[in-house]
Design a binder for this molecule. Sequence first.
Ligand code: NAD
Length: 285
Amino acid sequence: MIEYRNVFQVSKTFDLTAKTALVTGAAGMLGIEHATALLESGAAVVLADVDQAGLARARLSLSKNADAARVITRIMDVSSPESIRVVARDLTTAGIRVDILVNNAAIDPKVTGDRGLIETSRLENFPLDQWDLQLAVGLTGAFLCSQAFGSSMAQDGHGGVILNIASDLSVLSPDQRLYRKEGVADDVQPVKPVTYSVIKAGLVGLTRYLATYWADRGIRANALSPGGVYNGQSEEFVRRVTSLIPLGRMAGRDEYRAAVQFLCSDASSYLNGQNIVMDGGRSTW
Ligand SMILES: NC(=O)c1ccc[n+]([C@@H]2O[C@H](COP(=O)([O-])OP(=O)(O)OC[C@H]3O[C@@H](n4cnc5c(N)ncnc54)[C@H](O)[C@@H]3O)[C@@H](O)[C@H]2O)c1
């Protein structure tokens, strides 16, 4: 039987008061934005990252606008089952239930002018150790965190939400023309590495798997695929990439906050297993 909820005030469905969200890679640029959004909706946040100094900075900055008791930091390496276990145990001991998991951590090697990096970024030379490392964080990390925190959500019957942060490159192949450098031979032109596409497409598969696996326990899983955020990239790069985006600009770092609030709350209570592509329309062209 379908149980109809009578929603008097839609805005109330965004409320995350008394919920706790764990954000991985929370010391990074978008991790802090996700945490800001979740705090604004009333949740407590566990900022998890390997970057201890970055975590301290994030905590300080987030505590300016939110009750400091709702900002918790934990050093956690998402590629290490032991590190995740320690944090999960520690939170349980402290009486903290993770209701929302945001798998956001990634290693995103920049496509820079460094000749050595360019040559090893190319598929022909891509080092296996880099493949292993980047997949361990971006994809295996999301699996391990979902396994640990999702299992706990499933066990106690109170439901939960898993949000995987993918990318517009989960649905598009990188346009390698964006990264081209004048005067550089074709076989050493910089490229977006193969790992990025594989990780982000893999996260969408993981999302669909999780969405059905624990659906009967009230756990929903979705992916958010952001387009590129403007972060001081070169004028030439910005010109090239914006020519591919119908809205004619890159994203502001705060433009995904509302989507995070929607996807992590009851406002999206009937959304499950989807990949929300927020890319200014790039994938529409
Ligand atoms: N910035 C963009 O334009 C953009 C666009 C689309 C998707 N994304 C995705 O959004 C997410 C966040 O991107 P960002 O730009 O904030 O990146 P970022 O590099 O600023 O942050 C990534 C964070 O992950 C952390 N991290 C790395 N290895 C880790 C590990 N083993 N365990 C735990 N944490 C670890 C880093 O310390 C860092 O704080 C990534 O998944 C990225 O692929 C970013």
